[in-house]
Design a protein around this ligand. Structure first.
Ligand code: CP3
Length: 341
């Protein structure tokens, strides 16, 4: 690998500077992505290895990030399990027949991932070839709780109250569903690794909607199974947005990296997570809209607070579609130029 900063940082090795990438780096802020978005539907872009490959490489070529992340979506897993998933323009994900009852569970299954998601593995094979060992490739999946949120609520939500009510009123069903998602996800991530993913990230975007006890029972219990199944093969990164209260427990899973959002101070995150794990984050994505000199000052503040050791520079959540390309590049360049210790 020509640039293996990310893998070194995940293994706890000394690096000349922190590696940098951005969550949702392949997406709408790039004009080159928008050209392909005009021509092809969202899942068509995910399902066509040549398109997924081209989109995955865009931020590597245009922005100069230290890692590629597979272009796909967490919602291909519910699709593979048998649920229809649409992406509605300016509205987001829509599942017309969500899971509400025991009967609904009969409509879904733990699929053979090679029958349903082979296009992802084919995309990975192609991406690895095109990357030609320039930077590592990150594979990913949603955490079971976050996937359940969409499978039950049927669409995006600020509170996912219907998904929570499902867990609290029908716990037996909820845990059956969570285990089905977990089993699918383990097979899916293992196949991503076999196809060439160098590390995998588990996105629990809605973990922070649960209190600490529910997070353990509904989310972390299943994330732990995923980490245990994968960690001997590749480093695993857990990103549970808002679930800062569980950093210690997440570090204890054996994950190599923990993503954090901007609502926790780096020092506190470090003291909770301990010294034996790599932290990743946590720039407020909206700050990429600041004037570039201000943005650079804020990025340097973040870098100084984390220091260069077991640290990956990233945003605290996905990049926003209205971020100017030169601001995204300024974020990455500031990390590359950082002269702290
Ligand atoms: O990070 C990357 O660049 C890789 C690709 C990636 C996408 N989605 C592409 C995408 C990744 C890692 C995801 C993960 C994802 N998808 C999450 C977890 C991370 C997070 O941001 O919290 C979630 C919750 C989803 C579900 C999802 N997919 C939503 C809510 C939406 C619509 C709104 C939005 O945020 O864009 C999508 C669509 C989606 N997934 C787009 C992209 C580039 C936008 C599609 C488009 O309009 O062109």
């Amino acid at each position: 690998m020509k640039n293996d900063l990310l893998l070194k940082a995940l293994r706890g090795e000394v690096t000349s500077r922190p590696p940098v990438w951005m969550m949702r780096q392949a997406g709408r802020y790039l004009p080159e992505y928008m050209v392909l978005r005009e021509k092809y539907g969202f899942f068509e872009r995910c399902q066509t290895p040549e398109l997924a490959c081209e989109i995955t490489l865009q931020p590597v070529d245009i922005i100069g990030v230290d890692a590629a992340i597979l272009f796909s979506d967490i919602l291909v897993v519910p699709q593979a399990m048998g649920l229809e998933v649409q992406l509605v323009e300016s509205k987001g994900p829509f599942l017309p027949e969500p899971i509400k009852t025991g009967n609904d569970l009969e409509r879904i299954r733990v699929p053979d991932v090679h029958e349903t998601l082979q296009y992802v593995f084919d995309a990975i094979t192609l991406i690895k070839k095109e990357l030609n060992r320039r930077v590592p490739l990150i594979g990913f999946a949603g955490a079971p709780w976050t996937i359940l949120c969409y499978m039950v609520q049927g669409k995006g939500s600020k509170t996912f109250d219907e998904a929570k009510a499902f867990c609290y009123t029908q716990p037996v069903l909820a845990h059956r569903l969570l285990q089905m998602i977990t089993d699918t996800t383990i097979a899916y991530l293992k196949a991503q690794v076999k196809a060439g993913a160098d590390t995998v990230q588990v996105f629990d975007s809605w973990g922070g909607l649960l209190g600490p006890e529910d997070f353990e029972n509904i989310s972390l219990k299943y994330i732990r199974q995923i980490v245990h199944a994968l960690k001997e093969e590749v480093p695993v990164i857990i990103f549970a947005k808002g679930a800062w209260y569980a950093l210690k427990e997440m570090a204890a899973t054996g994950a190599s990296g923990l993503g954090i959002d901007w609502c926790i101070k780096p020092g506190l995150a470090r003291s909770m997570a301990g010294n034996n794990i790599t932290l990743q984050g946590n720039f407020d994505p909206a700050k990429l809209l600041s004037p570039i000199p201000e943005l650079k000052k804020e990025v340097n503040k973040m870098l100084n607070a984390f220091g260069n050791g077991r640290y990956i520079a990233n945003l605290g959540h996905g990049i926003l579609p209205n971020v100017p390309v030169d601001h995204a590049r300024a974020f990455v360049d500031t990390v590359k130029e950082w002269e702290g210790t």
